[in-house]
Design a protein around this ligand. Structure first.
Ligand SMILES: Nc1nc2c(ncn2[C@@H]2O[C@H](COP(=O)(O)OP(=O)(O)OP(=O)(O)O)[C@@H](O)[C@H]2O)c(=O)[nH]1
Length: 684
């Protein structure tokens, strides 16, 4: 066997090409890969994982066998020898209502019941007190240098017992723990094995190979005596036993003795069956049973430049992953920057559709993208993150034609409270995004006062009385609050269309003149083919945006592509509002002072700057995020391979005057690539 035994984990370079961090992050990688198959998630009861902020190699996760949360954090990583090894600490954080809590030490039970603990444990590596109280086992991962074998060894006390010499006094008198009784008596190995079995199944599924060896060991151990002065002393006890499960995928000999535990080999352990899984490969969607063919839900995520769409999306995905739902993302970004993808946690199921904007030049691109995602991942939900200049009202046709692939659930528009009045008064795109929304996420509420918030709410209600408005900071909202009305709009519109004006189904392809004026009750007298007129209630029945006459005449499915592009001009779009962007190819390093000055003095026309910069004196590349008045540098969620660049977006920003503003970033004038947003490709 070769490194190709685990190609999804190692990539073409094999395990030797992995950094220490990538090696330590392998369990997260293989679980992510395995979870692409919904059958795996359901069969194993996997409820999702969440990467920790302070140590991205660590994660918390949940499985349906237990109500609490597991945490896995690498303690040591050794890559000098062959095999390379990573030792993890495995924690279990019981739910505050879980009876198992009684088996933990009193101090741990108090911690678990603390109201702040659930929030803290999301980033448990930053809280050593949580690790000390709730670590239950160690897990060793061994990877042979040639990629021919991977091994896992789980070790824990069968029952972890801590006796309290002096007992633990109860506040009202008496004892919570009698002197000499057990403060802790925890079935540590059993709890840890529940997770280890799922991790092992994930490795089996993602590698396509079943374990070649599964062996259990047991070794004598001790119990712990907590002396009256608080010191802990191990005491040999016949009942104490330390268990180890050892699993190998591939050639056991390639791992040497690095997984050998102390103790005796045991065979009489039925629990080992839990590690035996069929090595199911990820099944192409075409071969999946009918239940897999259910249409995933589609959320269209809209919002003006820099309003917080990507911030919202990160939280949204985390929420759904936590509920065992696979969310895949189609990102449409101006300028093919890939920046949004770098900001998104987890990369496996994000697809970029970037050579233009889905609301106009890329009309027709969504269907193929959705098909690909469905085939590869069988997702429960697809989120289409549109560019900040896309107007969902221009996508009605495209979305309707996706009906056999997805169920449109809602259009969610993120609104930037801090720049609300500045953009709403100057951009019809921004107002179109608001008009199209089922749910408005009023973001950046931290940047405005209460009076401004009240004024924004009033204005939003005028523009879209039917949508709900949820205030948010950093894009955080409870996804349960997201409404579903746009899908309803499409359905109603379809129905209205069938009898529009003349009673003909528009799919039948009748011509312009057919639709010439036979009204049917509600303002369809306007539906007379005057292109560009704002038809108010035409067809949609309840929406305050208008479709041009072309919309009314050409709904035949047979010719929607050309039509959809025409349709883009019916509602405000960046094509009409003069937006363009500029791509600056930066030198290897830039001076932060120079960059900051340019951002502070940024021309008013600039609405957004983002990209990858390498700052002098800073080791890692950073993502620059700038909206007028606010700049920040963030570490990318994934390795950056592109050379440094910036994308500047705004009205006329590619003019010689405005592009000259950025010249100081390089010794000579920066290399510029510009694009008025009408042409679909960046000019190289
Ligand atoms: N103060 C504040 N900043 C926020 C908030 N939400 C997002 N930001 C910042 O706003 C900037 C833009 O956020 P993104 O989530 O990238 O916005 P976007 O809508 O995806 O941007 P584009 O796709 O480029 O249009 C980033 O610097 C965020 O950190 C918030 O609620 N408050």
């Amino acid at each position: 066997m070769t490194a190709s035994l685990f190609p999804r984990l190692f990539g073409p370079a094999g395990p030797k090409g992995l950094s220490k961090d990538a090696l330590a992050g392998l369990p997260r990688s293989w679980m992510t890969a395995a979870c692409m198959d919904a059958r795996f998630r359901r069969a194993e009861g996997w409820l999702g994982l969440s990467q920790c902020d302070s140590d991205p190699r660590a994660f918390t996760c949940r499985i349906d066998r237990r109500p609490g949360v597991y945490g896995l954090i690498p303690a040591t990583v050794a890559t000098d020898g062959d095999p390379a090894t990573v030792d993890y600490t495995l924690c279990y954080f019981p739910d505050a209502d879980e009876p198992l809590l009684d088996s933990f030490a009193i101090s741990a039970a108090i911690l678990a019941s603390d109201a702040g603990t659930p929030e803290r444990l999301r980033d448990f590596p930053a809280h050593p007190d949580l690790i000390a109280a709730f670590s239950i086992a160690s897990l060793r991962l061994a990877v042979s240098a040639d990629g021919a074998a991977i091994g896992l060894a789980l070790t824990a006390e069968r029952r972890r017992r801590v006796l309290s010499e002096a007992g633990i006094a109860a506040p009202g008198g008496g004892f919570v723990v009698e002197p000499g009784a057990a403060d802790e008596d925890l079935p540590a190995f059993e709890i840890a094995r529940d997770l280890a079995a799922v991790l092992a199944a994930g490795l089996t599924v993602s590698s396509g190979a079943a374990p070649s060896r599964i062996v259990a060991y047991e070794a004598p151990s001790s119990i712990t005596l907590c002396r009256a002065d608080g010191t802990l002393t191990p005491v040999a006890a016949a009942v104490a036993c330390r268990d180890t499960d050892r699993l190998v995928w591939g050639e056991a000999s390639a791992l040497g003795r690095c997984l050998e535990p102390l103790g005796a080999h045991t065979r009489a352990d039925a629990g080992l069956d839990r590690y035996r899984r069929d090595p199911i490969p990820l099944v192409p969607a075409t071969e999946r049973p009918e239940s897999y063919g259910d249409r995933p839900r589609l959320i269209v995520l809209s919002g003006f430049l820099g309003s917080g769409k990507t911030s919202f999306l990160n939280q949204f995905i985390e929420y759904h992953v936590g509920r065992n739902e696979l969310v895949t993302v189609i990102q449409n970004e101006l300028g093919e920057t890939g920046v949004d993808a770098m900001l998104l946690e987890g990369d496996e199921s994000v697809m970029a559709v970037d050579a233009g904007c889905v609301c106009c030049t890329l009309a027709g691109a969504l269907g193929p993208a959705i098909r690909t995602l469905k085939e590869r991942f069988a997702p429960d939900m697809i989120v289409l993150e549109t560019t900040g200049l896309a107007n969902p009202l221009n996508m009605v046709e495209e979305l309707r034609d996706l009906d056999d692939l997805v169920r449109l659930e809602a259009v969610v528009t993120v609104v930037d409270a801090a720049r609300y009045f500045e953009t709403i008064d100057t951009s019809e795109i921004a107002s179109g995004q608001i008009a199209a929304a089922d749910t408005l996420v009023l973001n950046k509420c931290d940047l405005v006062d209460d009076e401004t918030l009240v004024a924004i709410h009033a204005d939003l209600a005028r523009r879209n009385a039917g949508s709900s408005v949820i205030e948010a900071r950093q894009g955080r909202v409870n996804p349960k609050l997201l409404g579903a009305g746009f899908a309803q709009l499409l359905a109603e519109e379809e129905e209205a269309e069938v009898s529009c004006c003349c009673g003909h189904a528009h799919g039948e392809g009748h011509g312009h003149g057919d639709c010439g004026g036979g009204g049917h009750g509600h303002e369809h007298g306007e539906c007379d083919g005057h292109h560009g007129d704002d038809h108010g209630q035409c067809c949609a029945g309840h929406h305050d945006h208008g479709h041009g006459g072309g919309h009314c005449q050409e709904h035949g499915r047979g010719h929607h592509h050309a039509h959809a592009h025409d349709h883009a001009h019916d509602h405000a779009s960046h094509l009409g509002e003069g937006f363009s962007y500029l791509k600056l190819i930066l030198p290897d390093e830039v001076d932060i002072d120079v960059l900051s000055r340019l951002l502070v003095d940024c021309p008013d026309a600039v609405d957004r700057v983002k990209g990858v910069v390498k700052l002098k004196g800073v080791d890692e590349p950073q993502i620059l995020q700038f909206v007028p008045g606010h700049a920040e540098f963030v570490a990318p969620e994934r390795p950056v391979t592109e050379p440094p660049f910036l994308i500047v977006i705004g009205r006329g920003v590619d003019s010689p005057d405005l592009s000259a503003h950025w010249a100081p970033l390089t010794e000579e004038a920066p290399e510029l690539e510009s694009q008025d947003l009408e042409s679909p490709h960046v000019v190289h």
